[in-house]
Write a protein that binds this ligand. Structure first.
Ligand SMILES: [Mn+2]
Length: 318
């Protein structure tokens, strides 16, 4: 597949690069790394994302080039769809993007159903960033400092700072290589993790009292309502990382963040320890992800949603 992708890059001139809604470090880092790589190869590249770049990722070199308005798709010979298990995950322009003649998918989600004909998929890879590293190596391109910064951040954030189960030898070797090419771990970490907006911490103080612990201490959860967001003028992106917090409690195996959406539904983020599989639980409700990090959307009243989710969790333990 790497051969096929390198062939396609050779043959085509103008590329669209996109990723999923609610951007994260892996999606953005992989997009920008590819952008720099393609331009270095003399190609035209445009990054389109439906959602704006979260503040803590604006340090990425050339992140201000990203557009949230899709240019006419006729201008592209090919598109890279990154960190997405399905095309729909790019958001409301998915149908237009589907019309681009050649779609190339790079992804590491377990739930990837293989919709794309041209795809570089490895659910054992830590991140899409790690897969982009493989593509660079295959093309014989040494990462520039910009590319190294983007890809190191992609890997760092998707492994929770090299702490999650997806952190393997290949992950650490890739990261080491990126450091050798100019990625600065301390500078990147400060930019990603130590640039909180005050509103995020204010939001956290409003959210911590919602902590619940169920199932004899094995399931912890936090809830963010639209009201709580509005009260401190926080943005949905300020909840990033909240889902991980109940998991830090001794004995908690599954951690959940219930985030109310503007239309009244809830976005659920599930996290787990060890071999407790939350991807399976998310899938019950039409979601997906990885064994230790998954998500889904649920409709209804929060009490009802909590009850249905706990039932599914109980069933998965039986
Ligand atoms: Mn990812």
């Amino acid at each position: 597949m790497l051969n096929r992708i390198s062939e396609l890059i050779d043959q085509r001139r103008s590329f669209l690069i996109t990723a999923h809604e609610r951007l994260d470090g892996d999606a953005l880092g992989s997009e920008l790394a590819l952008y720099h790589m393609l331009r270095q190869m003399g190609k035209e590249a445009t990054i389109y994302n439906q959602d704006p770049t979260p503040e803590n990722y604006r340090f990425f070199p050339e992140s201000d080039r990203i557009t949230s308005e899709l240019p006419p798709v006729e201008s592209f010979d090919a598109a890279f769809i990154l960190d997405c298990s399905e095309l729909e995950r790019v958001g409301r322009e998915a149908a237009k993007i589907a019309a681009i003649p050649c779609l190339i998918n790079i992804d590491h989600h377990f739930s990837n159903g293989g919709f794309f004909k041209t795809r570089l998929i490895d659910p054992r890879a830590s991140s899409t960033g790690e897969l982009v590293c493989r593509l660079l190596a295959h093309l014989g391109i040494a990462p520039s400092r910009e590319i190294a910064t983007c890809l190191y951040t992609a890997i760092l954030t998707d492994t929770g700072g090299f702490r999650y189960g997806n952190t393997g030898r290949g992950t650490l070797l890739a990261a080491a290589d990126l450091v050798a090419h100019g990625a600065d771990p301390q500078w990147i970490s400060e930019n990603v993790y130590e640039t909180n907006a005050p509103a995020r911490i204010h939001l956290l103080t409003a959210v911590l009292p919602t902590l619940t612990i169920d199932e004899g201490g094995r399931v912890g959860s936090l809830t963010v309502t639209q009201k709580a967001l509005a009260a401190v003028r926080a943005l949905p992106e300020h909840t990033e990382g909240f889902a991980d917090m109940p998991r830090t409690i001794r004995g908690v195996d599954i951690s959940i963040l219930y985030a109310e959406l503007p239309d009244g539904g809830f976005k659920l983020s599930l996290r787990s320890k060890g071999n407790v599989d939350v991807e399976r639980i998310a899938r019950v409700f039409g979601g997906g992800g990885h064994i230790n990090a998954a998500g889904c959307r649920m409709e209804g009243k929060i009490d009802d949603i909590r009850r249905r989710l706990l039932e599914a969790i109980r069933a998965s333990w039986e």
